[in-house]
Design a binder for this molecule. Structure first.
Ligand code: FMN
Length: 187
């Protein structure tokens, strides 16, 4: 990782924190006249910052927790959780400077909320309609039970199997939205 000073100023070999080899020296016009001020300050609390790749890959899946890129001992580190202060507000003496911040996020909040309201679902996810029951009863039921909208894929199936799939899904998903792609194409 690129080396930064305690204010986030970029070392000799890296103007934007993107490259760190001498071959990648940045043009003069990208050099920063002033050290970058931190976005704010991160208080770790009980959380331990880390900089290894494995923990970082794991961290990106914790989308409901705030993620801070902080400067620790001259390098970037990641803080998952803890608490942040933006600007130069009061902070604890051992707070670390924040370089970047990823806010906590809920899948429910993706897109226009009226989409979910109109369809009666919790998460803005639709899936299905793949022929021959590839989008199966199990899939449609799992989506419906978990706040999403699934469509059974009936193309290529016999009328009798389509009817039995509809009976099963409608019986198991009373009240939960679901759909059928009725595309009777059997010869
Ligand atoms: C194997 C397969 C079978 C499909 N069968 C149907 C079908 O029978 N009827 C239909 O309307 N769409 C069918 N589709 C299209 C899908 O419903 C869907 O519209 C398409 O995969 C694009 O969606 P996506 O962008 O979420 O992948 C099929 C897609 C795949 C990959």
């Amino acid at each position: 990782m690129a080396k930064l000073d305690q204010h986030g100023a970029i070392g000799d070999n890296c103007a934007m924190g993107l490259h760190n080899t001498s071959e990648d020296r940045d043009p003069e016009h990208l050099r920063l006249a002033e050290p970058l001020s931190p976005l704010g300050w991160w208080n770790a609390g009980d959380v331990k910052p880390f900089s290894n790749e494995g923990d970082l890959k794991d961290a990106v899946f914790h989308i409901r927790r705030p993620l801070y890129i902080v400067l620790k001992d001259g390098t970037y580190a990641v803080g998952l959780g803890g608490s942040g202060v933006f600007g130069n507000g009061p902070r604890s003496p051992d707070a670390l400077p924040v370089s970047a911040y990823v806010p906590p996020f809920r899948l429910e909040n993706l897109g226009d909320p009226t989409f979910c309201t109109d369809l009666g679902i919790r998460y803005p996810y639709l899936a299905g309609s793949m022929a021959n029951g590839i989008s199966s009863c199990d899939m449609v039921e799992a989506m419906g039970r978990n706040g999403m909208l699934g469509f059974f894929g009936s193309a290529g199936m016999s009328i009798a199997s389509i009817e039995s799939a509809i009976d099963r899904i409608a019986g198991n998903l009373t009240g939960a939205p679901h759909g059928y792609n009725l595309n009777q194409s059997q010869g």
